[in-house]
Design a protein around this ligand. Structure first.
Ligand code: TRP
Length: 469
């Protein structure tokens, strides 16, 4: 389609969406129309290099921009107020970010029932609750990973964390809890990158502080139960300097990405330091198996699967764009939603606000007080009203937390029904959450205590892993 034709189609589709919304059509019908609208907008942007604006047709003598495949993907859309990039996550919607729209905007794929069925078959066991409940909701190339796994071709896992402080909160555990499950189910090696260099570049911290946070965070990560024979944890500041292969991959990526491309993907500006501009190459490198010769020898063709929160996707869109050009397979991805702040799903939790989340160091009493005081409630103001009209589980943070941590599906469903009908009060819902989190955090603290400096050293020493190709 040409620019003008696209413009006209877009205008028509916009009218259509408005008409459906005014007519209060059913949600699915509206969703389908919105998805088409977003697709058209993306296409329009790619073709014209401009945002679509109603009433402003494209200029006649338009020159199509050359902004690379990933450039349009991070753009914000007129209709939605969601911002999602590695440094900002926000929305004005109390239910949280609209994840279906994000899939369209980022060009990833939905983890649909068909994929879930297939994963369950290949895994040979019930899927993790994060998959059953749509928490890992989006992916890239998951089917390829399963195809090769079924042909006895193995793969490895890569995930990471930016160590910005000593304090980790429950939300930080989501990718690690899930990665541990994947490691157990598929029996495969795992590399975990601690980007202390990234935090030094972005925050007002010294190199030594960031490096120390790496070691402290490594203890919380190890406490998730990873198998030391199959897991390599590394700090960029330490490993990158010591591994010629890793650094060679960083440099290869740096040679194949232009400033224009990182500007488009990450929004860097002329006044950002050059460290930030080249950092994405460092987060890309662990996606390639030959960055870890001690584990994979010189094999460069071992497939990589990256479980991460969706805000990290820009890094890996860039990585996937570069990979074939430097002779490597593209990494596959599984993306999670965000863990909401106690105050509501509009933002991701912040490690700098003690009341925005439950920290892994919180005492049972702190957990109880924080939830009772700060967890945003979808309940009604008075008991009478609540009994009469019921609560709104969709915006209720205590309920959202239970979807992450309560294992039993039937119990969760019953809680939802009772809360929605008004049979279950906010205080009672909060009590269930408190009683779920208190033992979970206490057990984490117990396991973390067992992690000695020696153990950390073991996990962080470059060495062969127990791995059959
Ligand atoms: N940039 C991430 C953060 O700030 C850390 C990270 C590095 C990461 N590599 C990763 C996260 C791979 C997920 C997957 O937290």
């Amino acid at each position: 389609m040409g620019p003008l034709e696209l413009y006209e189609k877009l205008t028509e589709q916009g009218d259509q969406v408005r008409a459906l919304k005014t007519a209060k059509a059913n949600k699915e019908e509206i969703d389908v129309a919105v998805q088409l609208l977003l697709k058209l907008k993306l296409e329009y942007k790619q073709v014209t290099g401009q945002e679509y604006k109603a009433g402003c047709p494209p200029p006649e003598n338009l020159v199509a921009p050359d902004n690379g495949p990933a450039a349009a993907a991070g753009d914000n859309d007129d209709d939605d107020d969601d911002t999602v990039d590695p440094w900002n996550v926000s929305t004005t919607n109390a239910k949280g970010v609209d994840y279906d729209k994000l899939i369209v905007r980022f060009g990833s794929s939905k983890v649909d029932q068909e994929l879930l069925n297939r994963m369950e078959k290949v895994a040979g066991q019930k899927l993790h609750r994060f998959l059953r409940r749509g928490i890992f909701f989006s992916h890239r190339d998951m089917n390829q990973i399963l195809d090769s796994y079924e042909k006895q071709k193995s793969f490895y896992l890569y995930t990471g964390r930016g160590p910005s402080s000593e304090a980790m909160h429950v939300g930080h555990l989501i990718p690690f809890i899930f990665t541990k499950w994947l490691q157990d189910v598929f029996d495969i090696p795992l590399v975990i990158q601690l980007t202390d260099d990234e935090k030094y570049l972005w925050k007002d911290l010294t190199l030594e502080e960031c490096n120390r946070f790496s070691m402290e965070n490594a203890k919380d990560i190890i406490a998730c139960g990873f198998d030391v024979n199959k897991t390599f944890i590394f700090s960029d500041l330490d490993y990158m300097g010591a591994s010629r292969e890793f650094y060679r991959n960083v440099v290869k990526v740096q040679k194949h990405v232009t400033f224009n491309q990182v500007k488009g993907i990450f929004g860097f500006s002329d006044s950002d330091c050059i460290g930030k501009i080249s950092f994405p190459a460092i987060q890309a490198a662990p996606s390639f198996s030959n960055s870890f010769p001690q584990i994979f020898g010189n094999r460069k063709d071992i497939a990589c699967l990256i479980p991460c929160a969706i805000d990290q996707d820009p890094y890996f869109r860039m990585t996937r764009d570069v990979a074939p050009r430097i002779g490597y397979p593209k990494p596959a991805l599984l993306h999670s939603t965000f863990f909401p702040a106690l105050q509501g799903a509009q933002t991701k939790m912040s490690a700098s606000d003690a009341n925005s989340s439950i920290f892994l160091t919180d005492t049972p009493k702190q957990i109880k007080n924080k939830i009772n005081k700060h967890a945003f409630s979808g309940g009604k103001d008075t008991v009478e009203e609540h009994r009469k009209h019921g609560g709104n589980a969709e915006v209720d943070v205590s309920f959202m937390y239970l979807t992450f941590f309560l294992e039993d599906d039937d119990e969760l469903e019953k809680i939802k029904q009772d809360y929605t009908s008004g049979a279950l009060l906010t205080g009672e819902l909060k009590k269930i959450l408190i009683e779920t989190l208190q033992p979970m955090i206490a057990q984490h603290q117990e396991r973390r205590k067992q992690v000695t400096d020696e153990t950390v050293k073991l996990f962080m020493t470059p060495r062969p892993l127990n791995f059959k190709i």
